[in-house]
Design a protein around this ligand. Structure first.
Ligand code: ATP
Length: 560
């Protein structure tokens, strides 16, 4: 790959606009080795076609309403990037990042259009190993991509080599959080890691969005924010923030996004969107919506942020056949065959499901099931040790466990041995007063491991503001679907009779790795798909057309 980088030549040049208005028109493309991707034409409403002469890869793109989108399809994978970029050097950066290549190239200079001499380079060097901040001179993004897919590597390159605001999305299990963690490891000083959910914050070792913002449970207006900023600590935190990462952004409301925008502008005394803070949002709007209010993308602040959208398409959690069924449920395009397939997983009479996690729609169902198990056994109680203020609601103060209890890890204990958040097991004995858990590593592999106290930290930037030490386990007989968002589980029973939220059934069904690990209690209701989300994507994707099975070189009419 690196040698290929030098052989990519940008041959694009700007053309005079033949229509009134601010839209710029380009002709050109990038040269790859002896092949040429050629952008044949462009305008705000017309398709940009990228023609590929010699490679099996198809690049197909379209320009609409100022959004340039390119669909890349290789033998291994296929993904879409939509980016609001109005300069051809942005296009060059996009193509490079799509290919997993570092920015720039030996032969770029001469061919770059005069007004765009600066390729998208990182302003400061980027780390490959150290978290948040680095002083290394030469970034080597490829080193950090070894265990990432091509799609994920490309997205990481985009994160590391541009300052675009990024919206990282994709179906459940496409590795968004996995990639986000790598981005965090390679992020610069001043990066704040947050999530709209406590569970998400724990997973990323960040803090909840509301605690970062200093808003508490409020969604303040401008005056309210000025009042909050009288607290010097909160104001300084905002002023130090250069990048704000928000995971589980499907649960971020439009009102809160608007407040964040105002706060960023006030803190940085700047009229730039979010006061110039770079945004990295991660989530899937087809999953759970905000608890109250509208989706964040309905706010004017979303448009102001001009996100570059990265949609990961390759499923990691499930095999592609099951992933395809789940995707249709996600989009509300499932067939009766899909529905029958899910319902064919109904619990059989007398079936032993003690090793499964029951995913419930309501918390009272969850507590009743887990408490019921504790009540029937002799339990040992583990009390947490807290430091700092605020506590961590998602980690229990008191954890009741018993021998033979089914548990799930809530922290990464040992990545090499697959003892990560979500790994399930059974408490088999006590040792030194601590539980020994027989973890299920899949493929009939088991591992006994003494689980000690784990320090869960809430961070604001690199500063630990509070911590809670607790055994990183949770009874896993039942979990709420809300809590399960983001988890990967090996065997689940879904109870979807009382689904009350768009995307809820999809979140529950997509936690499991395979159909074999899925059991259904009662009649599975697939729930609805949010019309607003559907519209959001329809408008976004109108700009992108997949070139399934079509080689470059066809005319626009043929493509239609
Ligand atoms: N490059 C990778 N190599 C190996 N495993 C991966 C990779 N990317 C993701 N995974 C694994 O795939 C599973 C799903 O990944 P992850 O939880 O990041 O997906 P997600 O898109 O965030 O899902 P959700 O939307 O449900 O939260 C996890 O078990 C994760 O460890």
């Amino acid at each position: 790959m690196p040698s290929l980088a030098a052989k990519i030549t940008l041959i694009s040049k700007s053309l005079p606009s033949h229509r009134p208005g601010p839209t710029r028109h380009y002709e050109g493309g990038v040269r790859l080795n002896n092949g040429i991707f050629q952008v044949l034409s462009s305008s705000d409403e017309a398709k940009l076609k990228v023609q590929l002469k010699t490679s099996p890869t198809i690049y197909y793109s379209k320009w609409r309403d100022g959004v340039f989108s390119v669909v890349v399809s290789t033998k291994e994978t296929e993904f879409t990037v939509l980016c609001k970029t109005s300069d051809i050097s942005g296009l060059q950066g996009m193509v490079r990042s799509l290919m997993g290549l570092p920015p720039g190239g030996a032969d770029d200079k001469e061919n770059r259009p005069a007004e765009n001499r600066r390729p998208p380079q990182p302003k400061t060097p980027v780390a490959t190993t150290k978290r948040r901040c680095s002083n290394k001179k030469t970034p080597s993004p490829i080193k950090t991509m070894n265990n990432l897919s091509t799609q994920q590597s490309s997205a990481l390159t985009l994160f590391m080599t541009t300052s675009h605001n990024i919206f990282l999305t994709g179906s459940a299990g496409t590795g968004k959080t996995y990639l986000l963690k790598t981005m965090i490891q390679n992020s610069r000083k001043g990066t704040m890691v947050t999530s709209t959910t406590n569970v998400g914050a724990v997973l990323l070792e960040g803090c909840s969005l509301q605690s970062f913002a200093g808003f508490g449970i409020r969604i303040p207006n401008k005056d309210g924010i000025k009042e909050i900023f009288k607290n010097d600590r909160v104001l300084k935190r905002w002023q130090k923030t250069k990048t704000l990462i928000i995971d589980e952004c499907s649960m971020l409301s439009a009102a809160l996004l608007t407040s964040l925008n105002i706060a960023g502008k006030l803190a940085h005394s700047s009229n730039e969107p979010f006061g110039g803070i770079r945004l990295v949002f991660c989530g899937d709007f087809y999953q759970l919506p905000p608890v109250t209010g509208e989706f964040c993308f309905t706010a004017a602040s979303w448009t102001e942020a001009s996100f570059t959208t990265i949609e990961l398409l390759a499923p990691f959690r499930q095999r592609s056949d099951f992933a395809a069924v789940l995707d249709r449920i996600r989009l509300g395009t499932y067939t009766s065959k899909d529905s029958d397939l899910i319902n064919s997983r109904k619990i059989a009479e007398g079936e032993d499901l003690d090793d499964a996690t029951i995913l419930c729609t309501h918390v009272n169902q969850v507590n009743a099931i887990n408490d019921g198990w504790c009540d029937r056994h002799e339990t040992k109680t583990f009390t947490c040790v807290d430091t700092g203020v605020g506590g961590m609601k998602s980690v229990p103060k008191e954890l009741r466990l018993f021998i033979s209890a089914r548990v799930v890890l809530t922290a990464n204990v040992n990545k090499n041995r697959s003892l990560v958040n979500g790994t399930q097991g059974v408490v088999v004995r006590w040792e030194k007063g601590l539980p020994v858990v027989r973890f299920d590593l899949g493929f009939n592999r088991k591992l006994d491991k003494l689980v000690g106290m784990h320090r869960f930290e809430a961070k604001l930037g690199s500063k630990v503001v509070s911590s809670r030490s607790q055994i990183p386990l949770q009874l896993s007989y039942a979990l709420s679907i809300h809590k399960s968002q983001g988890m990967t589980l090996s065997k689940v029973v879904v109870d979807l009779e009382k689904v009350f939220e768009d995307g809820m059934a999809y979140v529950a069904l997509s936690r499991v790795k395979s159909l074999a690990g899925l059991r259904v209690k009662g009649e599975a209701r697939m729930g609805r798909v949010s019309e607003i989300v559907r519209k959001f994507w329809a408008e976004k994707k109108e700009g992108a057309e997949l070139a399934d099975g079509k080689e470059g070189g066809e005319s626009d009419d043929e493509q239609r």
